[in-house]
Design a binder for this molecule. Structure first.
Ligand SMILES: Nc1ncnc2c1ncn2[C@@H]1O[C@H](COP(=O)(O)OP(=O)(O)OP(=O)(O)O)[C@@H](O)[C@H]1O
Ligand SMILES: [Mg+2]
Length: 332
């Protein structure tokens, strides 16, 4: 748990199985006359100890969702809770405590590792920041042990080399080692394999899956690839233009999608490594309200559209045990 006071004015607390909760969260970007809801009234929780896969085409808000859940961007509206504490208004000590329990693995292992730092400095940075007082020898041992765990072994042989002598896959293993060395409780992995060669994607995914089981953290796994998302996720959320439109078990969603957008997403699933852009969704003919979309974000292209879809925002509702969909006429 985050230590420090709980905000007194907040009566709402999440049930104990939720690590992160979004309540009415918007993230709005304005440029000129356009208003872009990167997150549009997100009400959603991530279960403790599970992997949530978030899928959606480019620009649907996946990265924004991940960054917001780590407090790395401020929502325009709404609140985000980590273990019951509002992360949008943490004091300095709480913020540090929160940072020490969370970590992000970025898409590009070429730009996410500092080329001037050796692997020891890179991997041990989180313990350097958050576990003061550990001797250099202890830190070297810990870093070597973590490198072993991510399949760079013997880990000790990697400590004094620099990123330039590593392959993309090895760099991503270093990034994973760094993200886990401080035993975080919550990790966001944003398309961690999309810059890697297809042939090593599955090894990295398997590695993350087994590390998650061994080290027992909660993971938000972001991807546009349905197959890996299904494989790694305990739960799956589908995003469309800043909204979560479907949520449930990855098997059920991929076998029997209920939202027409999810159905399109799955059917237009591209070859591995290709970006998923099933339609020019941003150029639809929307009924816009306050800069946001008034009805369903998929109404303009939906084959099952009824007038309600243009004018009323469909909320997520549970249509069968654990399967949620934001649609007035889900697919049977
Ligand atoms: N800093 C920013 N300034 C302005 N607009 C932004 C910013 N960050 C994101 N956006 C916009 O918000 C929307 C959601 O972006 P986001 O990066 O979260 O999508 P994504 O699902 O991660 O896409 P991708 O699959 O391409 O990574 C996009 O329309 C994007 O252009
Ligand atoms: Mg992204």
């Amino acid at each position: 748990m985050l230590t420090g006071r709980r905000l007194k004015e907040e009566k709402w607390l999440p049930p104990s199985n939720e690590i992160i909760s979004f309540r009415n969260v918007d993230k709005v970007y304005k440029s000129g006359h356009t208003t872009n809801y990167a997150l549009d009234s997100i009400n959603f929780s991530i279960k403790t100890g599970k992997t949530l896969s978030v899928v959606g085409e480019s620009g649907s808000g996946k990265t924004t969702f991940g960054l917001a859940s780590l407090g790395l961007i401020e929502p325009t509206r709404g609140k985000i809770y980590f273990q019951g504490i509002d992360i949008t208004s943490l004091d300095r000590i709480q913020k540090r405590n929160f940072r020490s329990k969370t970590h992000m693995i970025f898409q590009d292992p070429y730009s996410s590792l500092n080329p001037y730092n050796n692997i020891f400095t890179t991997v041990s940075a989180p313990i350097e920041s958050f576990q003061k007082g550990m001797s250099k020898e202890e830190r070297r041992n810990k870093a070597a042990e973590m490198l072993d765990k991510v399949g760079l072994s013997p880990g000790a042989d990697f400590l004094d080399i620099y990123p330039k002598s590593l392959s993309g896959g090895q760099r991503q293993r270093v990034a994973i080692a760094r993200s886990l060395i401080n035993k975080p409780e919550f990790v966001v992995a944003d398309e961690p394999t999309s810059m890697l060669d297809v042939s090593i994607t599955s090894t990295v995914i398997n590695l993350m899956k087994s590390l998650k089981d061994e080290l027992n953290f909660t993971m938000l796994y972001i991807s546009h690839e349905i197959a890996t998302s299904r494989y790694i996720g305990d739960d799956m959320a589908v995003m469309n233009l800043g909204r979560i439109v479907e949520y449930g078990s990855p098997e059920e969603i991929t076998k029997s999608p209920k939202h027409p957008y999810t159905d399109l997403l799955i059917r237009s699933y591209p070859k591995p490594g290709q970006k998923l852009v099933p339609g020019e969704t941003r150029h639809g003919d929307y009924n816009v309200y306050n800069g946001g979309i008034k009805g369903c974000t998929f109404a303009y292209a939906c084959p099952f559209k009824i007038p309600e879809c243009e004018n009323t925002k469909p909320e997520l509702r549970e249509i069968s045990q654990g399967h949620w969909v934001a649609c007035f006429h889900p697919i049977n």
